[in-house]
Design a protein around this ligand. Structure first.
Ligand code: 1HN
Length: 343
């Protein structure tokens, strides 16, 4: 087990420790604590033009029912486990016209960011959340959810889940709903009306750390960003960037996952920044160049790319850009370990 000992004269003591299921800490680490984080995984970009045909092919060869979820997972080439980053799962999910993905719930929290839609919804806790391109829908831990395509064309979205984190903790539970589709007992926009209109219910409380608002429509978020952009100068590191929030405390939408929407004007180059969080970006509008660590790619609409933890990020907009992103920042902030550096 231990090779190349720093203190070979202690080998006899180490052998006795090993038989006691113990190891000398001074032998296993170079330094007891490292001064900089290790980077987990590689920067990577998935072009939608390459991924879409794979999805559509899967759409003809396996049904949503057979697959349970017809998701093509985006696997980070620098990690051995599935996952787009050490802490995050991301995948592209396809539901074909007339198909449903049956109702279940699990301890993993999820977000969905819609890429293609001619009509469809995700039902969460009895509420139908309409899915249009650019809409963000949350599925908090243990919330019932099912999906349906009610349109004539494919329904595709980016799934983001805290699967690796929940697995790491060993807190993974799941349950199928007794019905294929959960009963709908709430009006559309119920959660946004109760919690997201600058009001909250006079009676009653919201019990979980996740945002009670389930849907953040693009029509609303884009208009907000556009208005801010029309009056503020763009930030040197982020352009115009806003955080999807839980209206109850101004915090992130899920206890594990934070989400962001940013706008960059044509020709704008951000200065480099890095944080301890792993971030997944999805391009909503426009095209540009992303420089993530040593990688550099041009991106266009619906492309997805990942910046691993503690890796420099710089974005350049060729045209006006709107970029969605999500990360594990929410979990890190709650644990008090999140850090950022700007260049
Ligand atoms: C899941 O339940 C969904 O409900 C999508 O749509 C992706 C990836 C891993 C584990 C569960 C969904 C998932 C998932």
């Amino acid at each position: 087990m231990l090779e190349k000992l720093k203190y070979p004269a202690l080998r006899d003591a180490y052998d006795i420790m090993a038989r006691a299921s113990a190891v000398p800490l001074w032998e296993i680490y170079d330094r007891l604590v490292s001064d900089q984080p290790a980077v987990h995984g590689a920067p990577h970009l998935w072009h939608y033009a390459q991924m879409r045909p794979l999805l559509m092919d899967a759409g003809t060869r396996i049904s949503a029912t057979e697959a349970e979820r017809r998701v093509i997972a985006l696997k980070n080439p620098g990690l051995d486990r599935p996952g787009i980053a050490q802490t995050l799962f991301a995948g592209l999910q396809l539901v074909m016209p007339g198909e449903i993905a049956t109702a279940h719930r699990h301890s993993q929290g999820a977000i969905r960011f819609v890429l293609e839609s001619t009509g469809g919804y995700t039902a969460v806790n009895g509420e139908r959340c309409e899915m249009r391109r650019g809409d963000l829908i949350t599925t908090p831990s243990w919330a019932w959810h099912d999906h349906e395509n009610t349109g004539a064309g494919p329904l595709v979205w980016l799934d983001g889940l805290d699967v690796p984190l929940v697995n790491f903790f060993g807190a993974k539970f799941a349950e199928d709903h007794p019905q294929d589709q959960q009963p709908i007992d709430r009006q559309p926009d119920d959660s946004a009306s109760r919690w997201g209109a600058g009001l909250r219910p006079f009676h009653g409380q919201h019990a979980t750390p996740a945002s009670p608002v389930l849907s953040y429509p693009y029509a609303t978020t884009r208009a907000a960003l556009e208005r801010v952009a029309s009056s503020d100068a763009p930030d040197a590191h982020h352009g115009w960037k806003m955080i999807y929030t839980n209206p109850l405390d101004g915090g992130h939408i899920l206890p594990t996952i934070a989400a962001f929407l940013q706008m960059l004007p044509a020709g704008f180059r951000t200065r480099p920044w890095r944080t301890t969080e792993a971030t997944v970006f999805a391009v909503v509008e426009g095209s540009g160049t992303a420089r993530i660590g040593d990688a550099e790619w041009t991106f266009t609409e619906s492309d997805v790319f990942v910046a691993p933890n503690w890796t420099w990020i710089a974005l350049e907009a060729h045209t006006d850009c709107v970029i969605f992103s999500f990360s594990d920042r929410s979990a890190q902030e709650r644990l008090g370990i999140w850090r950022a550096e700007e260049n």
